[in-house]
Design a protein around this ligand. Structure first.
Ligand code: ARG
Length: 569
């Protein structure tokens, strides 16, 4: 808790001749909680004082002997450290008070000062099914979006749709030749994908199809009316399909700026590059040599004048800076595009854009679905929508068994099912490949969303049983924390704000996800050892306030992962 740190900073600063903010920066969490709750290391002082750190620690210990602060009750030297022990009564009370007062805002800070952070995430390719590869970008990106908001930044979600490129020439040819209106209306994305696959099969036998497709794409790039109207239609129909997935997940983007959005800006980008003299032209193709930086060359324009994915990304980066003046610009895109982003950022650097140091590629590994109950359908693509529906269905079955009398089964199934998919992704180290195992992600006693949601629902049920009379603030009552399990739970709850900061700063929602497992585990341990409803009135009241803040921490934390916590399940 920040206030505890400030107090320790003020206690030590005059003794060691450092600013208290410096002292706060140096504070560490001891490796073993029995040593204390926060430790000040004395290494830094050794040079100035010309004394070994343990001697300094002892000296500080004797100066602080018998003293206490509001939040800490004693300071004990151990080796090169001086360890502070919290006062569980005041510390516990103030923490519970803070959660009580801040409610859904507990965990938020204002580090961001309203600065803009752009988050490029999800970004599926038009006319292709929204495959599992895009699940991770969607889920991780959305959590980062929420986390940066919680840090006081203005998060700007951008869906960089793959809505431009030669494939649209192919689709136009395929649809003109074989397309059926009714099938397009029925299931546009799936059908367009089938046409795309069919095109490739046929083109193997008849290469003239490729020429035809190229010429249609050229017509599209030149703004030909017929070509544009096909493209618009394909794009619009795809967007409608994606909208239902985003709706299910509760995701909204500030901008659907796909690749096509940057078409008008490409000439300008090419001119900037030429003026800087970093490119070489040969027979109309424009290349940037990145060999001195150990990277493969970048092609910005082909001989036939066509631009590429990276050309549009260059334009997009510049556009984002000019439009949003971002403090940070995140790209939540799979690790297989690492090289692409290295090249992109290097070119921006060569162009002299200093802001590139605030551009970050947030990569992630692959996701694989374990064979079993959800078999891959023909075509080798598992659709995200199917995954989500399947998860909700399975959650429904489990809930039906566990709690047949539940009133809002549908709501709970949705929360648990979607939570399982999200948490199954977010709780893993982002850069690792993950194997998605249905049994595991829906296991109520494993390291899952359901486990955490269940702790939340359990708390809600205890509070309901106690009746609302007990949910009133009482300074005296809430100072009665003393059991080890109570105090450990309080200390765990106090960590939410720093876990949120850590998750956002390291772009790892897994930090928060793992922390929430700890919270649920500490709650269960507490509940196992400390009766709530069966205790005498004051203790009962105190513990109800404690579990009420636990409920709030879980709800706020899961919320930042995009997961809801039902009151009953
Ligand atoms: N549409 C691309 C793909 O599916 C991802 C785009 C990522 N964002 C970007 N600015 N390149 O591979």
């Amino acid at each position: 808790m920040q206030k505890l740190k400030e107090e320790i900073g003020q206690a030590i600063a005059p003794l060691v001749g450092l600013e208290s903010t410096k002292v706060i920066d140096l504070l560490e969490i001891p490796p073993d909680p029995t040593y204390g709750d926060l430790a000040f290391p004395c290494y830094n002082l050794a040079k100035i004082r010309k004394q070994p750190p343990p001697v300094i620690a002892k000296d500080l210990g004797s100066k602080l002997a018998g003293q206490e602060g509001y939040y800490w009750e004693k300071a004990v030297p151990k080796g090169p450290y001086i360890n502070f022990h919290i006062n569980p009564r005041t510390y516990g009370r103030e923490l519970i008070r803070q959660v009580w007062e801040e409610e859904q805002d507990y965990g938020k800070t204002n580090l961001g000062n309203g600065d803009n952070v752009t988050i490029d995430y999800s970004s599926p390719n038009i006319a292709k099914p929204f495959g599992v590869g895009h699940i991770r970008s969607t889920v991780i990106g959305h959590s980062l979006y929420l986390l940066y908001k919680a840090l006081g930044y203005n998060s700007i979600g951008i869906n960089h749709l793959g809505d431009w490129g030669t494939q649209f020439g192919k689709l136009i040819v395929a649809f003109k030749r074989w397309g059926e209106e009714s099938r397009l209306e029925e299931d546009p994305v799936d059908y367009l994908y089938q046409l795309y696959v069919q095109f490739h099969h046929q083109a193997e036998e008849d290469p003239s199809l490729d020429d035809e497709a190229r010429s249609w794409f050229q017509r599209l790039e030149n703004g030909d009316e017929t070509a544009v109207s096909y493209w618009k239609r394909f794009r619009q129909l795809s967007l409608e399909t994606y909208a239902s997935i985003y709706g299910l997940l509760g995701i909204q983007f500030e901008y659907y700026h796909g690749e096509s959005h940057y078409n008008q800006m490409l000439d300008r980008v090419i001119n900037i590059v030429k003026e800087k003299g970093i490119a070489n032209e040969s027979e109309g193709a424009l290349m940037i040599d990145l060999e001195p930086y150990g990277l493969p060359p970048v092609m910005l324009r082909k001989k036939d004048g066509a631009t590429l994915y990276i050309t549009r990304d260059l334009a997009a980066a510049i556009y984002r800076y000019e439009t949003f003046n971002f403090a940070r610009s995140l790209y939540v895109v799979g690790a297989e595009q690492t090289l692409h982003f290295q090249q992109l950022f290097k070119v921006l650097e060569l162009l002299g854009f200093e802001w590139v140091s605030n551009c970050v590629h947030v990569p992630f590994g692959m996701i694989r679905f374990k064979e079993g109950r959800m078999s891959t359908r023909a075509g080798k693509i598992i659709l995200l929508e199917e995954v989500l529906q399947r998860a909700v269905e399975m959650a429904r079955e489990i809930i039906e068994q566990k709690n047949p009398d539940l009133e809002d089964k549908e709501g709970a199934a949705k929360a648990v099912g979607l939570g399982a998919v999200r948490f199954g992704d977010l709780s893993n180290d982002r850069v690792k490949n993950i194997e998605f195992d249905w049994e595991k992600v829906l296991d109520f006693s494993g390291e899952t969303a359901a486990y955490i949601q269940y702790a939340h629902a359990r708390i809600c049920s205890i509070i309901r049983k106690a009746g609302s009379d007990f949910l009133t603030w009482d300074d005296d009552v809430v100072s009665r924390l003393e059991k080890e399990e109570e105090i450990t739970l309080v200390k765990t709850l106090a960590l939410l704000p720093e876990k949120v900061i850590d998750s956002a700063e390291s772009y790892r929602p897994s930090v928060l996800a793992r922390y929430l497992i700890d919270v649920a585990r500490e709650f269960n341990r507490f509940y196992h050892n400390c009766p709530v409803l069966g205790s005498e009135p004051e203790i009962k009241h105190c513990r109800l306030l404690l579990i009420n803040s636990t409920r709030q921490v879980i709800a706020n934390g899961l919320g930042l992962l995009g997961i809801t916590a039902p009151e009953e399940m």
